[in-house]
Design a protein around this ligand. Structure first.
Ligand code: GLU
Length: 295
């Protein structure tokens, strides 16, 4: 009997039920109220509940969260990073304030569900330097053994151009590779991958599964800007897909407007775009990170 591609795809989705170690990335734009830029506590609450429930199912969970800079900027009432003579220092000062606030909020909600959470802040050096990478890997392993949910962000307070990842899409894929996750979930303000920008082209078609990241696909992502809050557009998501799939990890991009998609996706429902794992023997994570450049 001939098996249709769609049947294969449905079967593949079923396999997501068996995932044991899941990295979930949420972007700044998904955590804020668009009207005010203040944190959306309802969304945060649902996010934390979903993550705790995955833990209760016996899965290892990592959260990669943005929001440090945005939350800090709000907290100190800064209008524009460029108002002073050192915009980088202003941004990093905001990150220092915001990261602590963000964690305080997360810790509070995680505590409501009796879940212990940890903070892990990274720079490129964490991956490129062999000793740092080894230590980070072991720390994550220990946190999983302890049943803790690590909350990861870039160390925005100290990271400048030479050592920064620049966006949390790539960072989450790098974390997924570092901890040997088997699923990466990118929650964003888009439904997934389209053949063209759906905001500009009404004929753009949705792509529900990608088994190979062709040059044509990668080119399609370039030039897409995404939202104005976070730093990731479609381009950074395709970079994340390259890192994840080459490391043997399935990745799904889905819309965060309903955070409950997390359990629906893990239950095998066809939501968002699935990039299937395509392990590449020659993929070298530290080398890849060392050579990464961001705009
Ligand atoms: N690390 C940045 C922050 O927490 C955000 C990076 C991103 O949005 O991709 O503010």
């Amino acid at each position: 009997m001939e098996v249709k591609a769609t049947d294969c795809q449905a079967n593949y989705r079923e396999l997501l039920k068996d995932k044991k170690r899941i990295v979930i990335k949420i972007g700044s734009s998904s955590l804020q109220h668009p009207e005010t830029g203040d944190l959306d506590y309802t969304k945060l609450d649902v996010l934390v509940r979903e993550l705790c429930d995955l833990r209760n199912r016996g899965k290892d969970v990592v959260l990669v969260t943005s929001g440090a800079i945005a939350v800090g900027k709000k907290a100190v009432g800064m209008k524009d990073f460029n108002d002073g003579d050192n915009p980088i220092a202003r941004k990093q000062a905001c990150a220092a304030v915001g990261q602590a606030r963000l964690m305080m909020t997360y810790q509070k909600i995680f505590a409501e569900y009796n879940q212990v959470a940890a903070q892990v802040l990274m720079t490129k050096n964490t991956i490129v330097d062999n000793l740092n990478r080894y230590n980070a890997h072991n720390t994550f392993d220990e946190l999983f053994k302890l049943g803790v949910i690590p909350i990861v962000n870039e160390n925005d307070t100290v990271a400048t151009y030479e050592i920064e990842f620049g966006d949390n899409d790539s960072l989450s894929a790098i974390v997924a590779a570092l901890v040997n996750a088997d699923l990466l979930l990118l929650l964003s303000d888009i439904d997934g991958l389209y053949t063209d920008d759906p905001r500009k082209n009404p004929n753009a078609e949705f792509i529900s599964q990608v088994d190979e990241l062709t040059e044509e696909l990668m080119q399609m992502g370039k030039g897409s800007t995404g939202s104005s809050v976070g730093t990731g557009g479609m381009n950074t998501k395709l970079v994340a897909a390259t890192i994840a799939t080459s490391s043997g990890i399935d990745m799904v991009i889905a819309n965060s407007k309903d955070i409950k998609v997390i359990h629906r996706i893990v239950d095998g429902n066809p939501i968002g775009t699935l990039f299937t794992a395509n392990p590449k023997e020659q993929f070298d994570l530290p080398l890849y990170v060392q050579q990464m450049h961001h705009a």
